[in-house]
Design a binder for this molecule. Structure first.
Ligand code: CO8
Length: 257
């Protein structure tokens, strides 16, 4: 039987994925990407999905990049196929209809940083190290980094990072908007639990609608995006969540979604 490279834990619809190749600092090879695609096949079918948290096994690394040993001898065609496999899988993670959160517990380099960039937001341990060091290996980012990084941190900072290959610490990642929060590694677990409660307790359709409005709106001009928000807002009033949420407020009780 082949080794499990992704541990999947489900807590009432909040699914936690732990990428687990600790001996290679959880580097992404084609086997991990295939397994992730299989996990996504299942998650995409689930109506009860509320959120996805993604992290790396161990205390040293989230993901230290694409697997360099696997890439070393690739031809241009094989490199294109590998990048294509990664891009497709990462896009599927990004477009899950629920919030996807990266819990960055250490090295977050190259393909690892690109994976985190495809998540809706990222929380980092204070020992986390970020970077797009591909130019140090004679290549450029190939899992979306040249496109998602400037969209998150702006073109000047993105070009700085992808052309120097320099590594930045968690505080700098916070300052440039690459991550949303930084906390001691020991607190990451408690944060994950808090997030599980928070995201698990909110109106699931509203959470999905909020994510959809932000994602789909970003690709449109402002007027079209505002019209999209109005449509999605109005749609909330067609379901039961809005009545329950607002009734709970008026009746001074907790909502039961
Ligand atoms: N790929 C494969 N193995 C890795 C990787 C990686 N990205 N990173 C670490 N490892 C392995 C090491 O080889 C080592 O294995 P072994 O014990 O068998 O020698 C083990 O993990 C532990 O690593 P180190 O001994 O190096 O640990 P250190 O604490 O000394 O250093 C670092 C940690 C700084 C993270 C260091 O391992 C490092 O620099 N890693 C590489 C980081 C990197 O350059 N990442 C970017 C990779 S390129 C990329 O992601 C491009 C994506 C686009 C691809 C396009 C498609 C073709």
């Amino acid at each position: 039987m082949s080794e499990t490279l992704i541990e999947v834990a489900d807590n009432a619809g909040v699914v936690r994925l732990t990428l687990s190749r600790p001996k290679a600092l959880n580097a992404l090879n084609s086997a991990v990407l295939s397994e992730l695609a299989g996990v996504l096949d299942e998650l995409e079918q689930r109506d009860d999905l509320r959120a996805v948290l993604i992290t790396g096994a161990g205390e040293k690394s989230f993901v230290a990049g694409a697997d360099i040993a696997e890439m070393r001898d690739k031809t241009p065609e094989q490199a294109r196929a590998f990048a294509g496999q990664a891009l497709k899988t990462i896009k599927r993670l990004e477009t899950l209809p629920v919030p996807v959160v990266a819990l960055v517990n250490g090295f977050c380099l190259g393909g690892g940083c690109e994976l985190a960039l495809a998540c809706d937001w990222a929380v980092a341990s204070d020992n986390a190290i970020f970077g797009q060091p591909e130019v140090l290996l004679g290549v450029i980012p190939g899992f979306g980094g040249t496109q998602r990084l400037p969209r998150r941190v702006g073109p000047a900072m993105a070009i700085d990072l992808v052309t120097t290959g320099r590594k930045i610490d968690a505080q700098e990642a916070l300052r440039i908007g690459l991550v949303n929060r930084v906390m001691p590694q020991a607190e990451l677990e408690a944060y994950a639990e808090e997030l599980t409660k928070q995201l698990g307790g909110n109106g699931p359709e509203a959470v999905r609608g909020a994510k959809q409005a932000v994602h789909d709106g970003l690709d449109q001009d402002l007027d079209s995006a505002l019209a999209l928000e109005t449509s999605l807002f109005a749609l909330c009033f067609a379901g039961e969540e809005q009545r329950e949420g607002m009734s709970a407020f008026v009746e001074k009780r907790q909502p039961n979604f």
